[in-house]
Design a protein around this ligand. Structure first.
Ligand code: SF4
Length: 679
């Protein structure tokens, strides 16, 4: 039964799922209608997930009462229990014995409060979030090159003006279909080992071996230089470091790159010539290029290509990362990352610590330093030097982390696991305490979409009785630990604005009223009268000298190559009907009907070689575990590669947790597997 708040005639809000954050209205019967005043989906489009999002609100599996060791208890009982256990664990093992794990779907207000809770109420350095698994490589590469990471540093509507868009490792036609409407004009070049729905729309599809995008990007830039197509004027005026990169590319001649990647030289040449001839062009990267143990270098190589073409910082051209999770952008700006304070500040920067500590009313020296990155944190749980307790918000790592069986073992070894969830996710099912919390349309808060546009999700409906917000949980625990935290999202956002002031992601001029009136505001927005910054690099980049930096990088093989025991590459990705770990979408009947079960996609030649036919159940094994899945046969995939979607238990039992040295991103997108018929 829901609470007593009235449901307005139609409330303007945004979709609960991906980073496009399509605008939608929710009517009294929870009917969803697309809004046409939000540029991301001004065409009136929503995908299947968005149209059915209202069903999440009435889902019969909804959690409505706190659970302590599986038994329903009063809120105060659960909060007292958790606070007492946290105090005891901290007293025995020190503050870093408690870990906090957040999510890229949390509102800015929650992500901010989570970071503050970890550093102030718990005093732990052990906080990170699942966004580390999504955009961290692109973020690291953008900071190196441009001095700032704002996924797409231009409005999404700019894409339509381009002649050509190169998309490396993204399948927007399935993951965020309304995005496609912005690229129907430009010719598209798609780089993907699969002929995805997006690749089918492309003018040119380059189909590299998994794990070789970096070599391909180096080969493309080598060709651009060899054909004398570099925008020398732009390079001289707006960049540094090109000569070093030019020298570093000498070994990446096209025939060698063809041998490594499998992409024919004439295709590479076509791509390079088309990009150079374009009046306006974009290079975009997605998880396919980024989720590698060399993801930062791969994105850097694509940024080098974009710089040599003269694209970033020009109106109608540029480089951008297509962020995935709903608040993947804002979630990486306000302090739930291991190395970060609000406003995209570095936690080891003395001035940043001083400023944020001042807002929080604590001494700067009381703030802990950087902690472990997401996978390293999960891997350390329950070990002698690792955390003994974990608070988990908006994440389901038992399904979504690499080497998921190992991660489940580590979580299982904790003395205390606490989750905040609105349905019983696979990870929540392992928890000692589960707090039932509000979801998207039951609460107000801001989200920052893939453009860096801060949007307002309005509460459209009262939550079921017994359900509270994550902010209430954090404030309830903070109070028991001797601190006072805000629970009103407006108050929290005001504090976030002050904490972000002067940082790279400066929200201090943004208010709920402005977001409503202006249909979103782009950061940085340092003053109330500031118009926001849709295109931050037009005049200069955010580097000390205002120039973008070329950074030399070299290709290297995947962390795990195929061999006799594991002779096939596996890559992973999403399907249209499901989102992330599927905890939400696997509970919506029409989405389950559209995509009911895990599958593995094989090329017909590989299927014949393995004596496997469509519909067979096979066992897919890697060095880390095995999974069963139904076979689909398709010539859209390379002969040497299989594909598994990651929305169900299974795919991530196989994936490789090898980490990028800079971003600490795991290598989700390539590992070596064996496929056998299940006897
Ligand atoms: S899932 Fe993404 S693309 Fe689909 S409706 Fe929601 S925001 Fe839009």
């Amino acid at each position: 039964m829901r609470g007593s708040d009235p449901v307005s005639a139609a409330t303007k809000t945004h979709c609960p799922y991906c980073a496009l954050q399509c605008g939608m209205e929710i009517g009294p019967e929870l009917a969803i209608r697309p809004r046409t005043d939000i540029p991301a989906n001004a065409s009136g489009a929503l995908c299947q997930k968005g149209w059915t999002a209202g069903e999440l609100l009435t889902n019969g599996e909804r959690l409505t009462v706190p659970l302590l060791h599986g038994e329903p208890v009063e809120w105060d009982v659960a909060l007292d229990y958790v606070a007492n256990r946290l105090s005891a664990i901290r007293a025995e093992h020190g503050p870093d014995a408690v870990a906090v794990f957040g999510g890229g779907g949390l509102t800015n207000e929650k992500a901010y409060t989570l970071g503050k809770f970890a550093r102030v109420a718990l005093g732990t350095s052990q906080i990170d979030y699942n966004g580390r698994f999504c955009m961290s490589s692109a973020a690291a590469a953008s900071i190196k090159a441009f001095g700032m990471d704002r996924g797409m540093p231009f409005p999404i509507t700019d894409l339509a003006e381009a002649d050509i868009v190169l998309l490396a490792g993204g399948n927007v036609a399935e993951t965020m279909p309304p995005f496609v409407r912005h690229v129907t004009g430009p010719r598209m070049i798609v780089i993907d080992p699969r002929r995805t729905q997006t690749a089918k729309l492309a003018w040119l599809h380059l189909q590299p071996t998994p794990g070789t995008d970096l070599a391909l990007a180096l080969g493309l830039l080598h060709l651009l230089i060899a054909e004398d197509l570099v925008d020398e004027e732009y390079v001289a005026a707006r960049t540094t470091g090109f000569d070093e990169v030019r020298t570093s590319l000498s070994a990446w001649w096209p025939e060698r790159v063809e041998r490594i990647t499998g992409v024919p030289v004439y295709r590479m040449r076509q791509a390079v010539r088309a990009m150079a001839a374009a009046r306006k062009a974009y290079i975009l990267t997605g998880r396919g290029a980024e989720q590698h143990a060399k993801g930062t270098d791969t994105v850097t190589a694509f940024i080098n290509l974009a710089l040599a073409l003269g694209l970033p910082g020009r109106h109608g051209s540029g480089y951008g990362c297509v962020t995935g999770q709903g608040n993947g952008q804002g979630g990486r700006e306000h302090g739930q990352k291991a190395d970060q304070l609000p406003g995209y500040r570095k936690i080891d920067d003395p001035a940043a610590r001083e400023h944020v500590a001042g807002v929080w009313g604590v001494p700067a020296e009381s703030l802990p330093g950087p902690g472990r990155s997401a996978y390293e944190l999960l891997d350390a749980l329950g070990t002698p030097d690792g955390p003994k307790a974990m608070l988990l918000f908006g994440s389901n790592p038992v399904i979504s982390a690499p080497a998921a069986e190992h991660v489940a073992e580590r979580i299982g070894s904790l003395d205390l696991l606490v989750t905040c969830d609105f349905v019983m996710s696979e990870t929540a099912a392992m928890a000692d305490v589960v707090f039932p919390v509000t979801q998207w349309a039951e609460e107000t808060g801001t989200m920052t979409n893939l453009e860096g546009r801060v949007l307002l999700r309005n509460r459209a409906v009262a939550p079921p009785e017994g359900v509270r917000s994550d902010l209430d949980v954090l404030a309830g625990l903070a109070e028991r630990l001797g601190h006072r935290f805000e629970t009103d999202p407006v108050e929290v956002f005001d504090e976030l604005r002050r904490a972000s002031k002067g940082g790279p992601a400066d929200y201090s001029g943004i208010t709920y009223e402005r977001i409503t009136a202006e249909k979103g505001v782009f950061w940085p927005c340092p003053e109330p009268g500031h118009p926001g910054t849709p295109r931050p690099f037009l005049d200069s980049f955010a580097t000390p000298d205002g120039r973008a930096r070329f950074v030399p990088v070299q290709h290297r093989p995947a962390a795990e190559e195929t061999d006799e025991d594991y002779p096939v590459y596996m890559t992973t990705g999403r399907v249209l009907a499901h989102y992330q770990s599927g905890a939400q979408t696997r509970r919506i009947a029409s989405l389950v009907k559209a995509a009911p079960e895990p599958y593995v996609e094989l090329h017909p030649d590989l299927a014949e070689q393995l004596d496997i036919t469509a519909g067979d159940v096979v066992r897919v094994s890697s060095r880390r575990g095995e999974a069963k899945a139904v076979v689909r046969i398709s010539d859209a995939i390379r002969r040497d590669t299989v594909f598994m979607p990651f929305h169900w238990e299974g795919a991530n039992r196989l994936t490789n947790p090898a980490l990028d040295p800079t971003s600490r991103m795991p290598e989700f997108k390539v590992c070596a597997v064996r496929v056998e018929r299940d006897s």
